[in-house]
Design a protein around this ligand. Structure first.
Ligand code: UD1
Ligand code: CA
Length: 480
């Protein structure tokens, strides 16, 4: 957002700096901390999304530990239309949060406001950041403050009689009296960029951790008569920093509840709101209904009147109006048409496309399978790399043999085809409209429209065989 200043002064421009160079020792993980997921999505992805909503002129991610992995992650994230492409700045050694901002200086220099976010504070809302930016006025800085019953581990805010922050003291440097302070630094700031540029070179590592603390900019601002303005967060969870797996789990659960509540208010019903997992990227329409223990992940979308039964797990799947998924069905990268019925216990894999009113029943696995309207596969089948025409009926135990060990081949069924139970369709193979396949057939050749295909060895009945066997066994037992 670049605005001309009405008074004719310097244009306002904003940089967002995301600190993500730290190791995260307490995670006990080989993975960089900011790439650990909260509600199925890396913390850094949540923070980048928040940064983009501010439409800043620049976004800088400071990387260090796990740098290659973090930079690759940043490069792979989608950039919303009209947003700036984030850049990365390297902090070669982790010498503290102040040092991290210093390492990114070339990337934020020239802007008028620098917003600093932590890659390990994933639940911060854009509204709160805008409030911080707006509250700064002519202070050198505004920051998010929170009143915590147990502020252990966080920096404490020493607040003066005018309500401004005089200085910030880290847990490890605090006296017993300072540790009793509940006013906590959330680690999120809006700085006057020029003041920040002047203050960073003055930071000293003469503290318990031997680091350059960004938090020491507060005392420098106060000394300059421009003490930081605290903006009090209404909800502690929003500014919770993640330092270990317990924090991570708590953040996930908090976000999960926040999202489920949003959808409940928007007219979606949940049988058991406490057990539903709905990621931030999911879209639900009013009057959709979600059962207990359901997981909706990634770019899943559920239309009005659709019903998702207990225990279903849907990833990147769209469910059209009035479709019903019976319990414990799993779908990934699938499209489920209006009025379709799926499950229980169906497995729809990527590229599954079910037309209107299709039925896919229990223990059916599909992959790259297009079903025309009204087609049915009721039970126990594997249907991969296939087109199944409208109103075709697939019997129990049907298998598309789509793979010869090297290549995959398609099976194409016309409309109204009937496949008897226990059929193998050896691809590539095409069955014309209205073709009929007898139970137990191995189809290896194309079947013309309206033809019957059947491949069976003839049946032999041996009269009296069972009685003769029993008699034989009785004789051999008697001679032992
Ligand atoms: C920091 C604040 C503390 C605040 C808390 C809120 C400082 C000195 N302290 O403490 O007042 O209450 O956040 O969560 O700022 N990082 C780097 N490079 C470094 C060090 C850290 O990029 O050299 C990054 C980390 O990856 C992390 C963020 O900065 O994303 C915060 O660092 P962390 O070590 O977690 O700081 P805290 O001890 O939590
Ligand atoms: Ca932290």
């Amino acid at each position: 957002m670049t605005q001309g200043d009405a008074t004719g002064g310097a244009a306002h421009s904003r940089a967002v700096v995301i600190l993500a160079a730290g190791q995260g020792k307490r995670m006990h993980s080989a993975r960089p901390k900011v790439l650990h997921p909260v509600l199925g999505e890396a913390m850094l992805s949540h923070v980048l999304r928040t940064a983009h909503t501010l439409k800043p002129d620049r976004i800088v991610v400071v990387t260090g530990v796990g740098r290659a992995e973090v930079e690759a992650f940043v490069a792979a994230q989608p950039v919303p239309a009209g947003s700036v492409v984030p850049v990365c700045a390297v902090q070669p050694e982790q010498r503290g949060t102040g040092h991290a901002v210093l390492c990114a200086q070339v990337a934020w220099q020239g802007t008028t406001e620098v917003i600093v976010l932590c890659g390990d504070v994933p639940l911060l809302r854009p509204e709160t950041l805008l409030a911080v930016s707006a509250a700064r006025g002519d202070a050198a800085c505004a920051l998010v403050a929170v009143d915590l019953a147990d502020p252990t581990g966080y920096g404490r805010l020493v607040v003066g009689p005018d309500g401004r922050v005089e200085r910030i003291v880290e847990q490890k440097d605090a006296t017993a009296a300072e540790r009793a302070i509940r006013a906590t630094n959330a680690g999120l700031y809006a700085f006057d960029a020029a003041f920040l540029a002047g203050a960073l070179p003055q930071l000293r590592a003469d503290n318990a951790q031997g680091e350059l603390y960004l938090t020491d900019v507060a005392a420098l601002a106060a000394a300059a008569g421009r003490a930081p303005v605290p903006v009090w967060a209404s909800e502690a969870a929003e500014v919770q920093g993640v330092n270990n797996r317990l924090d991570l789990a708590e953040c996930s659960d908090h976000l999960r509840r926040r999202i489920v509540r949003q959808w409940l208010r928007a007219g979606v019903s949940f049988d058991a709101p406490d057990s539903a997992w709905v990621e931030t990227t999911v879209v639900l329409e009013p009057d959709a209904s979600i059962g207990a223990d359901v997981e909706l992940r990634g770019r899943t979308a559920i239309a009005a009147g659709a019903r998702i039964g207990r225990g279903c797990v849907l990833t990147d799947t769209t469910v059209a109006a009035g479709a019903e998924l019976l319990p414990y069905s799993v779908a990934t990268g699938a499209r489920i048409g209006p009025g379709a019925h799926v499950g229980p216990f169906a497995h729809l894999r990527p590229g599954t496309d079910l037309g209107a009113d299709v039925k896919v029943g229990n223990f059916v696995e599909t992959k790259k399978a297009r079903f025309g309207p009204g087609a049915k596969a009721g039970h126990l089948s594997y249907l991969g790399d296939c087109d199944i025409g409208a109103r075709s009926n697939i019997g129990a135990g049907t298998i598309t043999c789509n793979y010869d060990g090297v290549n995959k081949f398609r099976t194409v069924l016309g409309e109204g085809v009937f496949i008897g139970s226990d059929t193998q369709l050896v691809a590539p193979v095409t069955l014309g409209d209205g073709a009929y396949v007898g139970a137990g057939t191995t189809v290896t050749q194309d079947v013309p429209p309206g033809a019957l295909a059947v491949s069976r060895t003839g049946q032999l009945n041996v009269e009296g065989w069972v009685a003769r066997q029993q008699a034989k066994r009785a004789r051999s037992a008697a001679t032992k």
